[in-house]
Design a protein around this ligand. Structure first.
Ligand SMILES: Nc1nc2c(ncn2[C@@H]2O[C@H](COP(=O)(O)OP(=O)(O)OP(=O)(O)O)[C@@H](O)[C@H]2O)c(=O)[nH]1
Length: 391
């Protein structure tokens, strides 16, 4: 499962975002919203369910809105200086190594200082906190590379030494693949002999590997009380920015659960359908205004931006019956897989099960009922029957 980590300074709103994003409120078929442990849960990317292209809805979406599970980690307690062990430093940096993408929650209202202590709204500059997560990660990774360099130097004396292999072995724990390391080395002007590497070469490598393996989306939280100017300036940074009200999303999900509003995570608006007090109505109207301005509360939008834009994945649906789009038990479109763009039907087969991948014979596009070429690149919403010696 893809993994998204929430990081940011204290009091930016990570826990609120996490609670909102992992709160049970819609029926998502096979995938209940579950909390694995207090800081590790399941949230969902939102997409269009392929059953919309048929007459009947499947049982695994909300009237055509499909929620595909992704892991959400709440990495609370990261403070500047964490790489030197400040706060609970290394433990939290370690948690980030499991993530495919990071949502850096920023207090866009400027109402908390660097340490997360409350100050008057608008007085702290949120731009000060946009780089800290990546800087901590980069310095931490530089430290890891420095500490392991001697071993790379030792290996380099062997005649079959390969720098790509040696660095991949060192960086795989950080989530770097062979491909990342190769691409990174290609982009850097580095000495071929590890003995010749300077501190700055290792730092450059750390920075490049961080950018490749832990891309960052800025969640400009507390947009409901943030000065517009702050949001504009955040948009001028080099990172994707999503104005967000985590508080607002949490209130809406609770109200939806209580049956007083109709709202699906990621909707641009909601409808009040139950009895509410004047105070509740006032609160909801404020949320409505923020949503109208930014196209939603930003929570689902942040997740979708991270998954579909930054990680550039697509959703593919394996089925066993290419006519009915069902599995062996007759359930329609039971599973959805998030795969990197460029994935082939065989990659989907492996995602379903390694045995299915190994026994892969061919695949059928269930929309056209045609056999798909082995090198076909899957598209968002593809429904595929895999024929395998193992199925
Ligand atoms: N106005 C406003 N306040 C928010 C929003 N989201 C969270 N808050 C408030 O900000 C404060 C901090 O929120 P938390 O979710 O506890 O922050 P955190 O980042 O998890 O903090 P740590 O656990 O200390 O790392 C709380 O009082 C929240 O109610 C929002 O969208 N708007």
């Amino acid at each position: 499962m893809l993994s998204i980590a929430l990081a940011g300074k204290p009091n930016a709103g990570k826990s609120t975002f996490y609670k909102a994003a992992t709160q049970a409120d819609v029926d998502v078929g096979n995938y209940p919203f579950t909390t694995i442990d207090p800081n590790r849960g399941v949230t969902h990317a939102r997409t269009r369910c392929p059953c919309l292209d048929r007459e009947e809805r499947c049982g695994n979406c909300e009237d055509g809105t499909r929620y595909v599970p992704v892991e959400l980690l709440d990495v609370a307690g990261l403070v500047p200086g964490a790489h030197e062990g400040r706060g609970l430093g290394n433990q939290f940096l370690d948690a980030l190594t499991n993530a495919d993408v990071i949502l850096n929650v920023v207090d866009a209202s400027g109402g908390t200082n660097e340490e997360g202590e409350p100050v008057e709204v608008g007085t702290y500059d949120p731009l000060e906190e946009v780089d800290f997560v990546e800087e901590e990660l980069e310095q931490w990774l530089t430290g890891i590379i420095d500490r392991n360099w001697e071993s790379v130097e030792r290996k380099s004396r062997s005649p079959d030494f390969d720098i790509d292999d040696a660095l991949t072995e060192m960086l795989t724990g950080f989530g770097a693949t062979e491909h990342d390391v190769a691409a990174s080395l290609r982009s850097l002007d580095y000495p071929t002999d590890p003995m010749q590497w300077e501190d700055e070469d290792r730092e450059k490598l750390a920075r490049d590997i961080r950018a490749r393996t832990k891309p960052i989306v800025l969640v400009a939280n507390k947009a409901d009380i943030a000065p517009e100017e702050n949001l504009e300036r955040l948009r001028e940074t080099d990172k994707p920015v999503v104005p967000t009200t985590a508080d607002g999303e949490l209130a809406l999900r609770k109200a939806a659960e209580a049956g007083v509003v109709e709202y699906l995570p990621g909707d641009e608006e909601f409808e009040i359908v139950g009895d509410i007090s004047d105070a509740q109505a006032e609160g909801l109207e404020k949320i409505r205004e923020v949503m109208a301005e930014y196209g939603g509360t930003g929570v689902q939008q942040s997740i979708n931006r991270a998954v579909y834009d930054v990680l550039d994945v697509l959703t593919a649906y394996p089925v066993q019956n290419e006519t009915k789009w069902t599995d062996g038990t007759g359930e329609m479109l039971p599973d959805a897989f998030l795969l990197p763009r460029g994935s082939t039907p065989k990659d989907l087969a492996y995602a379903v099960h390694s045995d299915i991948g190994e026994g892969y014979l061919h695949a059928v596009n269930a929309r056209s009922n045609r056999r798909i070429a082995e090198d076909y690149e899957l598209d968002e919403g593809d429904v595929v029957k895999i024929v395998s010696t193992a199925s």
